[in-house]
Design a protein around this ligand. Structure first.
Ligand SMILES: NC(=O)C1=CN([C@@H]2O[C@H](COP(=O)(O)OP(=O)(O)OC[C@H]3O[C@@H](n4cnc5c(N)ncnc54)[C@H](O)[C@@H]3O)[C@@H](O)[C@H]2O)C=CC1
Ligand SMILES: O=C([O-])CC(=O)C(=O)O
Length: 309
């Protein structure tokens, strides 16, 4: 199996590291526009192989799309990250052009690949990719936006913190847009080993967990001076693994909706199963009226961003 990661920056290199360590691909190609940068990251990562005990080959290239040909999975992380005080949405001006170029180039040589979009504003970049893929005759099911996997991990982190329990005992999902105000942490459905967390947390505590989850990316950007990469890289690895191992895991992801959740012609986060051919099934949750209203509000914001394309 061959995976291409476009963008050798913080998120791209961490994702490549993650994928290599899982030994789910025989080759990971990292591509960047900055001369020698991907080559350097690939060499550095390859020098961890004998210590970490993996045999995945990691290759770095400067804008050489031919070297990415026939990839099974393409991960798009190229583009600017935000700085403290910015929203993800403010990145659209520069990132839309970058995403359009790299997606067109990458899919031209790997038309059968599943493509995972990470660059922000992610839901709109996923919609842009869906449009490009559709023009090339590529199924909507091959286009997956990464946001829900990360936001759900941050949700479990905040739940574990509030409940003082093990993160691995928690189950919880975030749907909606991948934005500071558009995320919808589903506190009502979160469980601690199958027991609703509402049994252990007050309404005010659950609201606090949800609020902290929603600004998870902004909090880290404030602390780091740029956006996060370890959890984003791990979340990408989780999706790539579900694809390459055909695991059919439920991972909330941004996908093209055609009536599901009451929305059409938009990409946003919903629970989907992910397997060898991309996303397979949208899981239809029974939302309460309040959750439905939050989803609609989130969709309106994502749609406004899409209109800016
Ligand atoms: N969806 C999500 O959950 C997350 C999304 N992000 C987004 O991922 C993107 C990358 O973040 P970082 O890795 O931290 O940024 P970074 O600045 O460390 O890396 C971005 C890389 O993209 C490369 N690049 C720019 N234009 C390119 C082109 N045309 N072709 C190939 N490579 C190109 C740059 O040279 C740079 O190495 C940002 O847009 C960020 O907002 C980051 C974390 C989570
Ligand atoms: O916060 C950002 O700008 C990057 C991102 O999407 C995240 O870490 O969730």
């Amino acid at each position: 199996m061959k995976v291409t990661v476009i963008g050798a920056g913080a998120v791209g290199a961490t994702a490549a590291d993650n994928i290599a360590r899982k030994e789910i691909a025989s080759e990971v190609v990292i591509l960047d526009i900055k001369e020698g940068f991907a080559e350097g990251k690939a060499m550095d990562l390859m020098q961890t192989a004998s210590i970490e005990g993996f045999d995945t080959k990691i290759v770095g290239v400067t804008n050489d799309y031919a070297r990415t040909a026939k990839s099974d999975v393409i991960v798009v992380t190229s583009g600017l990250p935000r700085k403290p005080g910015m929203t993800r949405e403010e990145l659209i001006g520069i990132n839309a052009g970058i995403v359009k170029t790299v997606v067109t180039n990458a899919l031209a040589v790997s038309p059968k690949a599943v493509i995972i979009i990470v660059s922000n504003p992610m839901d709109t970049m996923t919609y842009l990719t869906y449009k490009i893929a559709a023009e090339m005759g590529i199924s909507k099911k091959k286009v997956i936006g990464m946001g829900g996997a990360l936001d759900s991990a941050r949700f479990r982190y905040r739940l574990a913190e509030a409940m003082e329990v093990a993160q691995s005992d928690l189950s919880g999902m975030v749907i909606g847009g991948h934005g500071d105000t558009t995320m919808i942490p589903l506190t009502r459905m979160a469980t601690w080993n199958g027991i609703p967390v509402s049994r252990f947390l007050s309404g005010a505590k659950m609201d606090d967990v949800a609020a902290k989850t929603m600004v998870g990316g902004a909090t880290l950007t404030g602390l780091l001076g740029t956006s996060a990469w370890y959890a984003p890289g791990a979340a990408i690895g989780q999706i790539v693994e579900s694809i390459l191992r055909d695991e059919k895991k439920i991972i909330p992801s941004s996908v093209y909706l055609n009536g599901e959740y009451g929305q059409k012609d938009i990409c946003m986060g919903v629970p989907v199963t992910i397997g060898r051919n991309g996303w397979e099934k949208i899981i239809n949750l029974r939302l309460t009226n309040a959750e439905k209203a939050a989803f609609e509000k989130s969709a309106a914001a994502v749609r406004a961003m899409n209109d800016a394309l």
